[in-house]
Design a protein around this ligand. Structure first.
Ligand code: MN
Length: 228
């Protein structure tokens, strides 16, 4: 047995609907501007340019149903997204077999310190302090492909305190799930435990302490996330 020189950090593990088994997380990739209306609201051209990705940290994923308002910001935005969990991977994965690597799907949020992200964008610097902070990706239970199939259309919605703020359809993604997997695998070696956040529809905006977000994706149910 391996002897660790320091205490081993916990494995980040997410609940899987309908079983007590958990999903261990390896890496987290997030696509930017994957819904045309959101690209436009952020001041960009919605034409189909090559996709771009950033990363969050595995332990940024959080299934507690609470989102602690983070430090060093006064403008934290919600971005509702569908998360894609992989059970296998590889390099240069062809489009027509990309979905074979998907274990399941989950509701998620790409919470963003928009003020910090904006400063980094202006200076041409990386986005981590805007995107990859503690508990910045609330996530729901994973629904396996065996139970829900593959999701390529259906309503994506976010409400804050009961009011609809974001609404779109999975079929509006500029880059579809198989395309994201195939594209990423040209640049990285994908593997079991990898998670891809698939982008957010338009309507992003700020939350405050005490707000309750409710997110839903047709086929995955809904979940509440309390800002604390
Ligand atoms: Mn996002």
């Amino acid at each position: 047995m391996t002897e660790f020189a320091i205490d081993q950090p916990p494995v980040v593990a997410l609940p899987v609907d309908g079983t007590s088994a958990v999903f261990p997380v390896r890496r987290v990739y997030c696509i930017g501007r994957n819904y045309a209306a959101h690209a436009v609201e952020m001041g960009h051209d919605p034409d189909r340019e090559p996709p771009f990705f950033f990363q969050k940290n595995p332990d940024n994923l959080d299934a507690s149903g609470e989102f602690p308002y983070p430090p060093k910001t006064s403008d934290v935005h919600h971005e509702v997204e569908m998360a894609v969990m992989l059970k296998s991977g590889g390099q240069n994965i062809p489009l027509d077999s990309a979905l074979d690597h998907v274990f399941g799907y989950a509701l998620s949020l790409d919470m963003t310190r928009r003020d910090l992200q904006g400063e980094q964008k202006k200076m041409g610097r990386p986005w981590e302090i805007g995107k990859a902070f503690e508990r910045s990706a609330p996530v729901g239970p994973i629904h396996t492909v065996d139970s829900v199939g593959h999701l390529d259309h259906g309503l994506v919605q976010l409400k804050v305190n009961g009011e609809v703020k974001q609404e779109g359809d999975l079929n509006q993604m500029i880059w579809k799930v198989p395309e994201m997997i195939s594209y990423l695998s040209e640049y990285f070696e994908l593997a079991a435990g990898d998670v891809i956040l698939s982008g957010t529809p338009s309507g992003v905006g700020p939350v405050q302490k005490g707000d309750r977000m409710e997110i839903s994706v047709e086929g995955l149910g809904s979940m509440g996330v309390q800002v604390v």
